[in-house]
Design a protein around this ligand. Structure first.
Ligand SMILES: Cc1ncc(COP(=O)(O)O)c(C=O)c1O
Length: 370
């Protein structure tokens, strides 16, 4: 059966991106972020590949994501980055997950949930150094560490924090965050916590002093820049891992002056050859890109026209008249001939970030090996 569209996942590019990140990280382990379906790239495909490369720890956001990974057979340690609700403690223990914890209450709930005789629950204690989300202040950390070490069945594997402005290298706030984290590390040094970790993709590039004992790359591993602000020249080597490809399902000649698709937001100005492809906002193609994006057909950039609907979208292929047929590939994201359609173009048009675009590609689009 011909799929309406497919997201091709290129593991060779993923490997090269990881190699680049490892060059920057030096001897420290990479703990890749595979939350939100591996940033839309397909959780299982990505984690299987990471494990085959010897990566032994990955990060997700929610306990449910970690449980799916375990059920798919993943053996790596799984750090759960979001604050877990107390009722998730049973699943954390059962599936040997490593929650990020920023409160005594959760530590105590985890200790209670641990089954006698089972191995201790590994936790990562979170310092809020300026993200303002979860975690305790550097000053409160010694007390949290003391509570964790006193509790039965809890092992502190990590002390961690998260940046709020790492992708703005000119901002001095990241330096302030690093110093706050160093303070928390110094005040808890006696506890000999094996991993202090803080760096996301942008920090791996631009804040070398934040690399500590492990780093947590997300977006860069998928070959996308954390922001255009990243200063490090090697960010230019990143290769997007995901290509999104569909085909023309219909072609028709349309006279001048005809309104197309819902709301007739586009009207032909000349006799036009209009193609249809079977992708819409139900697949994660943002409707707000309507009449503002281009796709690749026949190795050329062709303007998308009319309102993007839930399932089908139009493209003006007049420039390809006589050289285009139903069934021809349409590249939404990726390379065709000498042309490249990059997810950053969409993000810029929509005044958002590439993260939102790739994580928004819906479950209707199969992720397949490219
Ligand atoms: C706690 C934490 N660490 C690391 C990352 C990875 O960030 P990035 O995708 O910018 O590398 C994220 C992602 O948002 C995160 O929430």
């Amino acid at each position: 059966m011909q799929e309406a569209s497919q997201a091709f996942i290129h593991l060779d590019r993923l490997t090269r991106n990881l190699r680049l990140l490892q060059d920057l990280a030096g001897p420290r382990p990479l703990w890749p972020c595979v939350k939100a379906n591996a940033y839309g790239h397909g959780l299982e495909i990505i984690v299987r590949h990471l494990e085959s490369l010897g990566i032994d720890t990955v990060c997700v956001a929610h306990v449910s994501e970690a449980v799916s990974l375990r059920e798919a057979g993943a053996e790596a340690a799984i750090v759960v980055l979001s604050a877990p609700p107390p009722e998730a403690c049973g699943a954390i223990v059962e599936h040997r997950l490593e929650p990020v914890v920023g409160s005594r209450e959760v530590l105590e709930a985890l200790s209670r949930a641990r089954v006698d005789g089972s191995s201790p629950v590994s936790v990562h204690l979170k310092v809020d150094t300026g993200m303002g989300r979860i975690g305790v202040s550097p000053e409160q950390m010694p007390e949290l560490v003391a509570r964790a070490t006193a509790l039965e069945g809890i092992r502190v594997r990590g002390l961690m924090s998260h940046f709020s402005l790492a992708d703005e290298p000119e901002s001095t706030f990241s330096q302030t965050q690093i110093e706050a984290f160093e303070r928390a590390c110094a005040e808890t040094a006696a506890a000999a916590i094996p991993f202090r970790h803080m760096a996301n993709s942008a920090a791996i590039f631009d804040w070398p002093e934040s690399r500590f004992d492990a780093v947590r790359p997300g977006i860069a591993m998928y070959g996308l820049r954390p922001s255009i602000g990243v200063a490090h020249p090697r960010a230019a080597e990143l290769e997007p891992v995901l290509d999104w490809v569909t085909r023309l399902t219909f072609l028709k000649e349309v006279p001048a002056g005809v309104g197309l698709s819902y709301g007739h937001t586009f009207r032909t100005e000349r006799p036009s050859l209009i193609g249809t492809f079977p992708v819409g906002y139900g697949d994660g193609l943002p409707r707000s890109l309507s009449n503002q994006m281009q796709v690749l057909v026949g190795g050329q950039r062709c303007p998308q026209v009319g309102t993007i609907t839930m399932d089908q979208t139009l493209v003006d292929v007049t420039a390809l008249r006589g050289r285009v047929e139903v069934g021809d590939p349409v590249v939404l994201i990726g390379q065709q001939g000498a042309e490249r359609a990059h997810v950053d173009e969409w993000a810029e048009t929509l005044a958002t970030i590439n993260y939102e675009i790739v994580t928004g590609i819906s479950a209707r689009v199969p992720r397949v090996l490219g």
